[in-house]
Design a binder for this molecule. Structure first.
Ligand code: DMJ
Length: 667
């Protein structure tokens, strides 16, 4: 026994030592890996890029591949054609992002066509008056205009049902067709009108890339970028919390342009970071609605990705306490934690502001339809009723309304600041409803007829402008903000043949021309915040505090709408002038800034890249050089932040919820 023992002891000893060495080695490697990983993670957090570490990226990539709208369709296709070809495997995509990009961009070939909906229920193209509304000759009665709300749910019924056993991860709830990422670029079809200005459009895409890249570099996850100081800007309208306003606002523009990696980064940030829970931000109900709720809703319409619907509802729920007033007219500001709401101290006697409480309808109505929760629509319908029933001085809407008494404040009227988008949402609520919300169209027509009569004027040299009205006195001044109304008047004309139609179109073209004049009369070729008309000046700012330009979109918005409706080349030419001016004066090495005085040859810059520059200004310019099949105006209606929302009954991406859910507790 002894000899045997003495032989095996060294063997056991050697084996034991070897085992310990291997164990230590494995532990060491694991530790080193972990240390590296956490360093990488920390480093990445530090450089303000939430695109995470290398290993995390792989997880994100997988999630992305599964969640990505285009790949949802790939999955869908795979399921449907499981027997066709095994090579159409998502794993290939995981391994080769390049290939995926190329496939997505290959005209006519690699592009995944969205599933065809056999018929958009109730959608009769002839009930609209031509894609560009050009052949509008007859009145379109509400009854003949697309489908009623009763049949609307069918319009969103997916053409192809996603079999649950093949449903990957969170894609489960994504239903209905998906608008492929970058279809605005890739899927413009020659059959529409062939009117794509590729070169100019590519320039706008480069501008978007520049704006996004620098935001990502210096302000990722914050609200906006300060290009000169290369740091974040968190303006008070976002409650000074890091809400990624530029991401949420700019994401649909990236999607339309087909900037896939950028879109992916943004979606990822929203999924991982965006929340209003556990923060005590004092938010503007209006700004939060048009940018955050509006932005999420558009992304939901495009992709069917449930993430966006959840986030839109999450944000809207945080705004609901503001509606708890005796009249149902919401306050301007709400605290996301306490729910305490209030109005601005400066607004006439504690009033709410017309352009704010009057610019919720599109988003809230659509949110009700996609969630099946009627509460949101009820809230904006209450506002509508108050405004419908209240007496309107000379048929006009003053800018201020007291939410407690339901009485008007100061009798100031404007199609610019404090009034503007209320009028816009009357027309667009009617359009969004598939022209069934007749009440909205009537209120629009009544308001615009009164405005044409009491506020629209022509200068001695023939420039049409819309003046502010204070009590009975016209202030012959027009805000840059009011420049959107050129497009609005024209859209009103193009969508209904009535006795006002010609006048609407004339005024729409006239206002757009005047806004262009306000641009080209400045050495920078960019328009001031407000401009005046007198015997001495026309379309020119006089006061120092109205000479600035903050990258606003309204004039380009009107160029875009007028281009779509008329195909008059001058609107594209004017848009191109603006692109060159933006590049010359507003571009910096680290993003785009506004200008302090458009009348100086070398104006000082303001160091803010507004989120609406990405959401609106660049989107409208991009669309101006695209053909009409990209977001056709008879299928999409733009919210006031340029987030396109689908038109009920005319758009297969409407995605109406089939069931009604219980009322939200957050009211
Ligand atoms: C945007 O936020 C919206 O267009 C809003 O309706 C008005 N102001 C800015 C852009 O100028």
């Amino acid at each position: 026994m002894c000899p045997k023992t003495s032989k095996t002891t060294p063997l056991l000893l050697i084996g034991g030592i070897g085992f310990v060495i291997v164990l230590v080695g494995i532990t060491g490697i694991t530790l080193i890996n972990n240390i590296n990983l956490s360093n990488i993670i920390r480093l990445n957090e530090k450089v303000a890029s939430d695109s995470v570490s290398a290993s995390d990226n792989q997880i994100k990539e997988l999630n992305y591949v599964n969640n990505h709208p285009k790949n949802i369709y790939l999955k869908l296709n795979d399921t449907l054609h499981a027997d066709d070809d095994n090579s159409n495997d998502d794993d290939d995509d995981v391994g080769n992002g390049q290939q995926r990009d190329e496939a997505a961009q290959e005209p006519g070939g690699g592009v995944m066509e969205p599933p065809k909906v056999s018929a958009v229920i109730g959608s009769d193209p002839k009930s609209y008056e031509g894609r560009n509304f050009k052949q509008n000759q007859t009145t379109v009665p509400a009854s003949s205009a697309v489908n009623s709300s009763a049949s609307a749910p069918s319009a969103a019924t997916p053409a192809v049902v996603f079999p649950s056993e093949a449903t990957p991860l969170s894609v489960a709830a994504a239903s209905g067709p998906v608008l492929p990422l970058g279809w605005g670029k890739d899927m413009s079809n020659a059959s529409s009108d062939g009117l794509i200005d590729y070169e100019k459009r590519a320039r706008v895409v480069q501008m978007m890339e520049h704006a996004w890249r620098n935001y990502k570099l210096y302000a990722w996850g914050k609200n906006e970028l300060r290009p000169l100081s290369q740091r974040p800007h968190s303006g008070s309208i976002f409650g000074s919390y890091d809400l990624g306003a530029t991401i949420v606002d700019g994401l649909d523009t990236l999607y339309i342009m087909g900037l896939e990696n950028e879109y992916r980064e943004g979606r990822d940030w929203i999924e991982r970071k965006f929340t209003l829970d556990n923060i005590s931000a004092e938010l503007s109900v209006f700004e939060t609605n048009i940018r955050f709720v509006g932005g999420m809703l558009t992304l939901y319409a495009f992709t069917g990705d449930p993430l966006y619907k959840e986030k839109a509802q999450h944000v809207a729920d945080k705004l609901l306490p503001a509606f708890q007033t005796p009249t149902g007219i919401p306050y301007a500001l709400v605290n996301t934690k306490s729910g305490v709401a209030k109005n601005y101290g400066w607004a006439s006697g504690g009033s709410s502001i017309l352009s704010e409480f009057g610019t919720l309808h599109l988003e809230f109505a659509y949110l009700s339809d996609i969630t099946g929760n009627p509460l949101y629509r009820e809230r904006v319908q209450t506002i509508r009723q108050v405004l419908k029933e209240i007496e309107k001085p000379k048929g006009l809407y003053p800018n201020f309304l007291n939410p407690k008494t339901g009485k008007w404040g100061q009798l100031h009227m404007s199609l610019g600041a404090l009034g503007d988008s209320y009028y816009e949402y009357l027309l667009k609520a009617w359009l969004q409803s598939g022209q069934t919300d007749e009440e909205a169209r009537e209120m629009y027509d009544e308001a615009m007829v009164a405005i044409m009569d009491k506020m629209v004027r022509t200068s001695p040299n023939g420039l049409t402008y819309v003046s502010d009205l204070k009590f009975d006195r016209l202030e012959h001044k027009m805000d840059h903000l009011a420049c959107f109304s050129g497009g609005l008047f024209a859209l009103g004309a193009a969508t209904r043949q009535n006795e006002h139609r010609d006048k609407y179109m004339e005024v729409g073209k006239g206002i757009t021309n005047t806004c262009h004049e306000s641009y080209i009369r400045a050495p920078t070729q960019l328009g001031p915040e407000a401009f005046r008309f007198s015997d001495a000046v026309e379309a020119r700012a006089l006061r120092s505090q109205e000479k600035y330009y903050i990258l606003r979109p309204e004039t380009f918005e009107s160029y875009f709408v007028l281009w779509r409706l008329t195909h008059d080349q001058k609107y594209r030419d004017w848009g191109w002038e603006a692109v060159l001016a933006l590049e010359k004066h507003c571009r910096t090495p680290h993003g785009y800034c506004g200008l302090r005085n458009v009348y100086q040859q070398e104006p000082q810059k303001d160091d803010v890249q507004q989120s609406f520059f990405l959401a609106e200004t660049l989107k409208y310019l991009y669309l101006l050089f695209s053909d009409d099949s990209v977001l056709p105006l008879d299928e999409w209606v733009f919210n006031t932040e340029a987030h396109p929302l689908p038109i009920k009954g005319a758009n297969q991406y409407y995605r109406q919820a089939p069931v009604t859910l219980p009322v939200s507790n957050a009211s």
